[in-house]
Design a protein around this ligand. Structure first.
Ligand code: NCD
Ligand code: ZN
Length: 348
């Protein structure tokens, strides 16, 4: 299957994606739909997706915004935004809907549009109990929000203060530690039972924190969790390419307008959907692990979520293509990852 310049794999899925809303949807959805069969859609809209009814309305807006050619080939997998007030009956309704596939825990204040997130996880224990019983995955933004904790340590401190307890108190709960960025997170996931997994972004495997300050401040490399040291980047690549079923693809592609990124208080988020699978091919190729890409991108995610693997295939070729400086984003523009440079791999 693998000639060194070409690889054909089962069509991948993106297990962590932000597509925003309204006029922005049609600007970004084609990039994801071209590459992925399904995507877990993050619920952190300005007005967050806290109920099944809102998830259904959001899902309909996404499907409406998809170009016709993708309406039947791309499936948005919806998520609920957990708050202190979410109750168990809402969770049961979500499970019965068939289109809500997970519940997202944003610690209040941790990232973009998280102010209505969870300030007291103990208040959510009944909900977590229900999710554990029903096999509904909890997706975790794993950073503490305490301003006294150094921003580069917030993932590790979250593990020690929160995640370890949750895993101990809910031993059968399906947990996805989202966009992990540290060796500590890799170790936690590896040592936990099979119902604990993690997504890994391409940008956290391509860049270390020096990229934030290369020759000047680089707002387009700012995301949350923030980029980490080189030793952590290496640990992520090792985990992703290890063949372990616990790690899978989640781009965390998170578009913001150029204006809100290039700003005295720039937003967190990196847009990578234009190379959603290609960046990973580059990483796996460099690690001499292209033969592990299909499991990471196309098997481990659906297996964990209890969904069927995709039947279709895509082919990636080692061929450089240009990345635009900007692309239209609603009435404004967005600066994609590696703007003005190249993709090392291309899809046919
Ligand atoms: C995301 C966003 O912009 O919605 N930003 C980011 O830096 N990753 C939110 C998130 O996933 O933390
Ligand atoms: Zn995200």
């Amino acid at each position: 299957m693998t000639a060194s310049n070409k690889i054909t794999i089962t069509t991948p899925d993106d297990w962590h994606l932000h597509v925003r809303d309204q006029e922005f949807l049609s600007s970004v959805l084609p990039d994801s739909a071209k590459r992925f069969a399904r995507a877990i859609i993050m619920p952190n809209l300005t007005d967050p997706v806290t109920t099944t009814d809102r998830a259904e309305e959001y899902r309909n807006r996404i499907i409406d915004a998809l170009p016709n050619e993708y309406k039947l080939t791309f499936e948005p997998l919806m998520t609920l935004y957990l708050t202190n007030r979410t109750n168990a009956s809402e969770i049961k309704k979500a499970i019965n809907s068939g289109f809500v596939h997970a519940v997202k825990w944003y610690p209040a204040g941790a990232t973009t549009n998280s102010s209505q997130g969870v300030s007291d996880i103990v208040a959510c224990y009944e909900v977590l109990e229900t999710m554990q019983e029903e096999g509904m995955p909890l997706l975790v933004h794993g950073e503490v929000t305490d301003p006294n904790v150094d921003i580069f340590d917030r993932e590790k401190v979250f593990i020690d203060q929160f995640l370890t307890n949750i895993i101990k108190n809910f031993p059968k709960l399906k947990v996805v530690f989202e966009h992990i960025t540290t060796e500590h997170a890799v170790t936690l996931v590896e040592s936990a039972s099979s119902n604990v997994a993690a997504t890994i972004t391409a940008h956290h495997m391509l860049l270390n924190r020096n990229a934030l300050f290369k020759g000047g401040i680089r707002p387009h490399h700012y995301c949350l969790p923030v980029l980490k040291r080189e030793e952590h980047r290496k640990a992520l690549i090792k985990a992703a390419t290890s063949g372990s079923q616990k790690f899978f693809l989640g781009t965390d592609s998170a578009p913001h307008t150029k204006n809100t990124k290039e700003n005295a208080c720039g937003c967190a988020g990196i847009y990578t959907a234009h190379g959603g699978i290609e960046f990973y091919a580059e990483i796996f190729d460099k690690a001499d692990a292209l033969n592990k890409l299909e499991a990471f991108a196309s098997f481990n995610g659906p297996d964990f979520y209890g969904l069927p693997r995709n039947k279709s295939k895509i082919t990636l070729t080692r061929k450089q293509t240009d990345i635009a400086d900007t692309f239209p984003f609603g009435d404004e523009v967005c600066v994609p990852f590696r703007a003005g440079e190249k993709l090392a791999w291309s899809i046919d």
